[in-house]
Design a protein around this ligand. Structure first.
Ligand code: G1P
Ligand code: ZN
Length: 582
């Protein structure tokens, strides 16, 4: 057996190793600097209680982006040196973010061991490749992203770190084949266990959904299906779940082979970046050669995001979570006893609020970032939640789950079509328009101004903080721009007090709330790797069911004009157009 030693390597702190909304994301070239990743991993171990780390099992894997395989080997060595007893790795270093969450919560090893935490190697929807982004985030014992208390500690450790522990004599481990490799360290055996990326996840999905019902839907000749993994890790799960388990045709999968550079694309499932799917579904500028499928969906690099499409029809993520919540009981066995509550991030549209109100469900509005949902779920307060940024999920794990969202929609479609026989299929569009008829419609869009000068972005936000405190000034500017729009009745800088641990998160974005339920929200992104990204969220509520069929741009035009005027967007940033509109 290979015997290794633990050695101490001196190092110096690097600036800026502050985990953002979802971990530390930087260019690959930054991560490739000597000691850079090592420092961050050691800083994480130093932030955890050492008695918990010693003898523990941890998970290391990710979305397979460029440099992941090197990073897995580096982390295995630092983990071994810090007294970790077992490292669990998905085959080829691949595990989706939701699968990691599931593994932490559900997987039991041969010695009865459970994972204490995980290093997930992903920059989510950011592009990959030698000149693109790499990322790492730590997930804790409940399967969710580390909370602020821990990430603050990690960051503070990175500022003072002077040494890290690593090994001498521990070779790189073969992570391409399933099986356990055992080494001998100073504290006894150290194991690396490589297993199938999909097994735990598939098991869990089968306990949540009625696979037979979905199978029947997929076999219905009137129904057709298309899934685009954008060359992210979702492809591994799509093949196993949609094709192997549910009988979808292999040809219904697009870009389902994971690639280190995501095929040169931007692995973000939205109307801008999921080009091939958007074209196939009949939503591109040029009509497709074939009749579009009835249902289409896409995922991001690490498979926690999803986009849901019908034939020539886009479902906004804010509507998607509201519709899943409204239809969960009946369609999805996991929810047969009802929902404990629902939650959305602050910038997500209020479509979910209306459902919660009508169905008398507990409701929570939390800051951006999935970690805030975890506390609610751990306390049994929330079953279904979502974000406008194409994230939807439930309390089956503590991350958003791209494949889960697709299975939820397929379940709703299967349920609505169970007695369809020779009749007309109930489509995605039917389900959404019926929903608007009952609950009203939240026209919604998000403008992103990416890679803006960081100072300019800060100034714009500071200006808005000032402006929101004087409503008469806000309403004067509105009247000057669009006299036809109702007035703002409330504005604030969003602050959240966690109802479970009572921690307070401040400066979470600026909100302008209009009399008719419409909203404007401004916030700075916490996930970018260069400059600053300003996000502007625009939402127009229409309760009158005879007016829910307008084109989204038309319905939102007045609020867009107001948002640009209130924020002096062009004056501060020099940008006359956003980089991306979703
Ligand atoms: C973005 C999204 C947010 C999501 C996060 C991680 O964060 O807006 O909803 O939770 O990515 O996927 P942001 O860049 O806005 O901080
Ligand atoms: Zn992601």
């Amino acid at each position: 057996m290979v015997v290794f030693k633990v050695v101490t390597q001196n190092t110096k702190p690097f600036d800026g190793q502050k985990p953002g909304t979802s971990g530390l994301r930087k260019k690959v070239t930054v991560f490739q600097q000597e000691h850079y990743l090592h420092n961050f991993v050691q800083a994480t171990f130093n932030a955890l209680p050492s008695d918990k780390v010693k003898g523990s099992t941890i998970v290391v894997s990710g979305d397979g982006r460029y440099w992941s395989k090197d990073a897995v080997q580096i982390i295995i060595k630092i983990a071994a040196a810090n007294g970790v007893k077992k490292v669990w790795v998905g085959q080829d270093g691949l595990l989706s973010t939701p699968a990691v969450s599931c593994i932490i919560r559900d997987r039991v090893g041969p010695d009865g061991e459970k994972a204490y935490g995980a290093f997930i190697l992903t920059a989510s929807h950011n592009p990959g490749g030698p000149h693109e982004d790499f990322g790492i985030k730590y997930n804790a014992e409940n399967g969710g992203p580390a909370l602020e208390g821990l990430t603050d500690k990690i960051y503070s450790n990175t500022k003072t770190i002077s040494a890290y522990l690593t090994t001498e004599g521990l070779p790189d481990v073969d992570i391409s084949s399933i099986g356990t490799t055992t080494f001998e360290g100073p504290d006894g055996a150290f194991e690396v266990d490589v297993f199938s990326a999909t097994e735990d996840n598939v098991k869990l999905m089968k306990t949540i959904f009625d696979f037979e019902a979905i199978k029947e839907l997929l076999a219905n000749p009137k129904f057709s299906f298309c899934y685009d993994a954008l060359h992210g890790v979702a492809g591994v799960y799509a093949k196993q779940i949609f094709v192997e388990e549910l009988g979808a045709k292999e040809s219904s999968l697009l870009n389902c082979t994971p690639l280190e550079d995501f095929g040169g694309g931007h692995p973000d499932p939205n109307l801008t970046y999921a080009k091939e799917l958007v074209h196939t579904m009949g939503l591109g500028k040029v009509p497709p050669a074939n009749e579009p499928p009835e249902f289409g969906a896409a995922a991001d690099g690490d498979a926690d995001r999803n986009m849901i499409l019908g034939k020539r029809f886009f479902v906004t993520p804010s509507d998607s979570v509201a519709i899943i919540a409204a239809n969960a009981v009946g369609s999805i066995p996991y929810f047969s006893t009802g929902l404990k509550g629902v939650a959305r991030s602050m910038p997500t549209s209020a479509a979910l609020d209306v459902v919660a109100n009508k169905l008398e469900l507990k409701f929570f509005e939390v800051p951006t970032g999935w970690k805030f949902f975890g506390n609610l779920m751990d306390a049994g307060l929330c079953s279904v939640c979502g974000e406008e940024s194409f994230g939807t999920g439930s309390d089956h794990i503590r991350e958003k789950d791209g494949i889960w969202a697709v299975l939820a929609w397929l379940s709703i479609l299967a349920y609505r079509n169970k007695d369809v026989g020779d009749g007309k299929l109930v489509t995605v569009e039917d389900i959404v328009t019926q929903h608007w008829g009952i609950y009203g419609r939240h026209y919604y869009t998000r403008y992103d101004y990416e890679n803006v000068d960081a100072d300019a972005a800060k100034k714009l936000m500071a200006y808005l903080v000032e402006l929101q405190s004087t409503l008469p000034e806000v309403n004067k500017l509105i009247k000057e721009t669009r006299p036809d729009v109702e007035e703002v009745v409330e504005a604030d800088e969003f602050e959240y007090k966690d109802p479970v641990d009572h921690s307070v998160s401040s400066h979470q974005g600026i909100r302008f709330l209009f009399k008719d339920g419409s909203r404007l929200v401004f916030r700075l992104s916490g996930t970018g790797s260069v400059g600053a990204t300003i996000r502007l969220y625009i939402e127009q509520y229409e309760a009158d069911s005879s007016k829910t069929g307008k084109a989204s741009q038309d319905a939102l035009a007045p609020l867009v004009a107001i948002a640009l005027k209130l924020s002096k967007m062009e004056e501060f940033t020099g940008r006359s157009e956003p980089t991306v509109i979703t």
